[in-house]
Ligand binder design. Structure first.
Ligand code: AHG
Ligand code: MN
Ligand code: MN
Length: 319
């Protein structure tokens, strides 16, 4: 019999000062994910694919489901009663929810990752980083600008051949699968550790020309050693690499030296999860979790996966 998410949260965090109220935040994320996955699976039939006609703060076209996912998670996180402020890829400014003593958590999220894949039925997902607010800390836009190494938890979901939700806290990475028969998330992957053996590398080889010579050398070595697996949804590529071993790279190019991915709500949460599962994550210059954030939507190069392969790749990149 599989333990439910509610049973796992209660048995793991109830009564713990460090995680007081975390089960309400994670339950809010699960509730939001439930609604999002249902919308994603019915999107074509409900004419909910395609763009809204707006561009977000990243200058990227906004998909109808990007907005739906962001609105849904803002709503469920607000209702959980424990979140003080929310940062979202789809919202330029910080969403201030509340500053009473019970509003102890800060959440940064990519509400729908891989959204260009929706209308071709390829896996997408949501990525969330969770920080704690200091008791007397005021709640402003900059409250959210905390280093990744201050996260207390991180979550991602994958809306793929099944709906999975991976929840990490310090020393623990747990995978839950949504049971379509009753809408309950059940613990199916306990104590996830990234496998010792690396199985693949993931990068957009179409950008190879734009990489600097060190990165090209590192990619050539990976190309000659591993299979290439690249979905084009970070969260799906990361999930496969976490379970099977692998390295994902989104390097900088001449055109975009900082790469494409966002530090606060793509790199930081996944770097937290990778490290708790025995892996590593770097910007090529420094550990992702040590990066001092300056802006809510700042980008970073991301190299993430098996510790030994990340170390080797950085060594070749920086020769
Ligand atoms: P988002 O849909 O949240 O904007 O993220 C898309 C990202 C990420 O999911 C993926 O790894 C990357 O875009 C793919 O970029 P390329 O198409 O340039 O390879
Ligand atoms: Mn994304
Ligand atoms: Mn997104």
């Amino acid at each position: 019999m599989f333990q439910t998410l509610a049973e796992y949260s209660a048995s793991s965090w109830e009564g713990s000062a460090e995680y007081d109220g975390l089960e309400a935040v994670v339950a809010g994320i699960a509730d939001g994910a439930q609604h999002i996955q249902a919308k994603v699976r019915a999107a074509v039939l409900a004419h909910a694919v395609g763009v809204t006609g707006e561009t977000n703060v990243q200058g990227e076209v906004v998909q109808i489901l990007d907005t739906f996912s962001s609105d849904t998670l803002v709503d469920t996180l607000r209702k959980c009663g424990r979140v003080a402020a929310i940062g979202s890829e789809e919202i330029e400014e910080t969403v201030i929810v509340g500053d009473s003593p019970v509003h102890q958590y800060l959440v940064q999220m990519d509400p729908l990752d891989g959204s260009s894949n929706i209308d071709v039925a390829v896996s997408v997902g949501s990525i969330l980083g969770i920080w704690k607010r200091q008791a007397d800390e005021s709640v402003t836009g900059s409250t959210l600008l905390k280093k990744g190494n201050e996260q207390v938890a991180a979550v991602y979901t994958v809306y793929g051949s099944c709906t999975m939700m991976v929840v990490a806290t310090h020393g623990s990475v747990q995978g839950f699968t949504l049971d379509p028969s009753d809408g309950i998330f059940r613990l199916t992957n306990s104590n996830i550790r990234i496998p010792k053996k690396n199985s693949c590398y993931s990068t957009n080889e179409g950008n190879f020309k734009g990489f600097d010579s060190g990165t090209q050398k590192a990619i050539e070595e990976l190309r000659n050693t591993y299979s290439l697996r690249y979905v084009g949804s970070l969260v799906a590529d990361f999930h496969r690499n976490l379970l099977k071993g692998g390295i994902f790279l989104y390097p900088g190019t001449k055109k975009s030296p900082e790469g494409k991915l966002r530090l606060m709500y793509e790199a930081n949460p996944l770097a937290f999860i990778a490290e708790q599962a025995g892996g590593a994550a770097s910007s090529g210059k420094e550990r992702i979790l040590d990066i001092e954030p300056l802006k809510l939507h700042q980008r970073t190069v991301l190299i993430i996966g098996n510790q030994d392969v990340v170390d080797r790749t950085l060594a070749v990149m920086n020769t």
